[in-house]
Design a binder for this molecule. Structure first.
Ligand SMILES: Cc1cc2nc3c(=O)[nH]c(=O)nc-3n(C[C@H](O)[C@H](O)[C@H](O)COP(=O)(O)OP(=O)(O)OC[C@H]3O[C@@H](n4cnc5c(N)ncnc54)[C@H](O)[C@@H]3O)c2cc1C
Length: 552
């Protein structure tokens, strides 16, 4: 399998490969953790299969705050090791995929009775920079109150004491996961979505030797044989452990829910990301501007409801609205300003007596007597290091060693010698794309999704121009075509939620576009009218559910 065959049209071919061969490593779960493990494993020479029960990044990996960050607040919990590791990883992930990891200025307002005073904030940010080996010109700057007001005129002034300005990175979590997956696939891994592990297979010596999976698209059941099995199922890690003969013994997961809300940028026109204190409970929230919207979050509450369908409830969005209206009173945001939401589950490791925000974000490997390797906890930002640790462990169980090579490895679309070269690339493509009338703004948005793979989309759009007169429809069609042929897109939700983020960031415009997407998909994937209707209904359910807070 290589990236030119990571096509939904070749699915049955790859299913056949899964059942007819024996693998060195089977990865369960197609979020960022599973994708990172598959990439690390295949680049160390292992024969790798990965199965995902829904779509790639369908779980937490499309519902995070979408930051590649060092976790400033973990300093308060004295998690120096974690802050050092993820802090250093930021620059590495940026270097590997500058099209989906973008430097972002972050303002930390310091307020009266906030969680960190002026001195502590200054020391905290200083330590943060040192732990993360931040370059001199990107180190934190401490700011007077007047400077903070100049930077963010809408900010609350009566309790403001000053601020700190430092650097983090913004990402699109689901795109980072799919680019990682595509890279693994281009190196030889077999990765498929809509395959759910229903049982584990055991060898005669009692060790795990593969899995039985249900194909949710064809309805068939497949047996996959593998020398080692890694459980990277995020919030579902314990569900997979429960299928193992050993069961869930010792440490277990503790899930907490995190919600984000999306409002039009015009309602909260902040000039940079802001990491601010929540007055109510001394937690901290992010407000992040992104094109035509600003998103705000997150909450952190224990979760014991249906883990397949976390949604934003009325009380979640009210918590976030109270927090943002305290820090930006002039915005006067209310429930009717919310255009979209998302809710994700943090797969944290349980620690008795700790509140959700106090639980560590560290990852840990659980090794069962049957040989099942489970990885729990962790952060999006640290996915590469987590994968390295898992593979070191896998090789140890094989009584051999091998070295991780992903530190310097460019992800699909991110092949820029220097990450800064992306600006010259946007300029070059804008010039070339003038012939099909694409604006620089649109080219930039596409480059920050697909990186160098944009060439395939532009060439296809050029071809479609002969038959599709509307320019926006032309680009939509080329993106859908690319998604199906190069990113294993099987339906409207895959495309409009995980591959392009449109349900979160452009929801109002989808009213007009999703019927068009359905028609194009039906054409490219050969759906009958009935199949098309089913897919439309599936998408409409998701479309409604992000506004579920209006009912619940
Ligand atoms: C609200 C929130 C905000 C966050 N913000 C950030 C942030 O800004 N930066 C950061 O670094 N981290 C952040 N995190 C943490 C980060 O998002 C997670 O650590 C990471 O996404 C977890 O990825 P994962 O692959 O382990 O889990 P998931 O993404 O959930 O992937 C697990 C996958 O396993 C699949 N699966 C489950 N059961 C089966 C089965 N039986 N067969 C096959 N597949 C199965 C699921 O469908 C799922 O897709 C945040 C988390 C939350 C909840």
């Amino acid at each position: 399998m290589n990236d030119s065959t990571f096509s939904a049209l070749d699915r049955s071919l790859w299913c056949n490969k899964l059942i007819s061969e024996e693998f060195d490593l089977l990865v369960i779960g197609g979020g960022i953790t599973g994708a990172g493990i598959a990439l690390d494993a295949v680049t160390r020479g292992l024969k790798v299969a990965l199965v995902e029960k829904n779509d790639f990044a369908w779980g937490t990996s499309s519902r995070s705050t979408k930051l590649i960050h060092g976790g400033l607040r973990y300093l308060k919990q004295l998690e120096f090791g974690l802050v050092h590791e993820v802090g250093v990883e930021r620059a590495i992930v940026y270097n590997n995929a500058p099209h989906v990891v973008i430097p972002e200025k972050m303002l930390l307002p310091i307020i009266e009775e906030g969680s960190l005073g002026k001195t502590l904030s200054s020391i905290g940010l200083w330590v943060y920079d040192r732990l993360a080996n931040v370059d001199k010109d990107e180190r934190r700057k401490m700011l007077d109150k007047e400077v903070v007001i100049g930077l963010e005129p809408l900010i609350r002034k009566d309790v403001l004491l000053g601020g700190g300005l430092y650097y983090e990175y913004r990402t699109d979590d689901a795109r980072l996961a799919i680019e990682t997956m595509k890279t693994a696939v281009s190196k030889g891994a077999v990765a498929l979505n809509y395959l759910e592990v229903t049982d584990l297979i055991y060898k005669s010596n009692g060790y795990v030797g593969g899995a039985i999976v249900k194909d949710h698209l064809s309805g068939s059941v497949l047996n996959i044989k593998s020398r080692r099995v890694v459980n990277a199922a995020g919030p579902w890690v314990d569900n997979i452990r429960a299928k193992d003969k050993e069961g869930v013994i010792g440490k277990r997961l503790h899930l907490t829910k995190g919600v984000h809300i999306v409002v039009p940028f015009s309602k909260l026109p902040i000039k940079q990301s802001v990491y601010f204190d929540v007055e109510k409970d001394n937690r901290m929230c992010f407000a992040i501007p992104r094109g035509n919207i600003t998103y705000i979050g997150t909450t952190d509450t224990f979760y014991d409801k249906n883990i397949n369908q976390p949604i934003a409830l009325r009380q979640d969005v009210e918590y976030i609205l109270d927090a943002i209206n305290y820090m930006f009173p002039a915005a006067k945001l209310n429930v009717s300003d919310i255009e979209s939401t998302w809710a994700g589950l943090r797969p944290l490791i349980n620690e008795e007596g700790k509140s959700p925000s106090e639980l560590s974000r560290r990852d840990e490997i659980f090794y069962s007597d049957t040989g099942l390797i489970s990885i729990a906890g962790g952060k999006l930002t640290g996915y590469r290091k987590m994968a390295e640790r898992v593979l070191n462990f896998v090789f140890k169980t094989m009584h051999t060693r091998s070295t991780c090579i992903t530190k310097e490895l460019k992800l699909s679309g991110g092949d820029f010698e220097d990450p800064e070269d992306i600006h010259a690339f946007i300029f070059k493509v804008t010039n070339e794309a003038k012939q099909i009338g694409l604006s620089q703004e649109l080219v930039q948005a596409l480059v920050y999704k697909y990186g160098k793979n944009i060439d395939r989309i532009i060439n296809k759009a050029y071809e479609f121009q002969a038959t599709i007169k509307d320019q926006e429809a032309c680009i939509y069609s080329a993106e859908i075509w690319y998604g199906i042929n190069y990113e294993m897109v099987n339906n409207l939700c895959d495309f409009l939620i995980r591959r392009t983020g449109r349900l979160y960031f452009e929801r109002p415009s989808l009213e007009k576009w999703y019927p068009y997407v359905a028609t194009k998909m039906a054409e490219f994937l050969g759906w009958s009218e009935e199949e098309k209707q089913i897919e439309i209904e599936n998408f409409e359910r998701e479309y409604q559910s992000v506004m579920g807070f209006r009912k619940f």
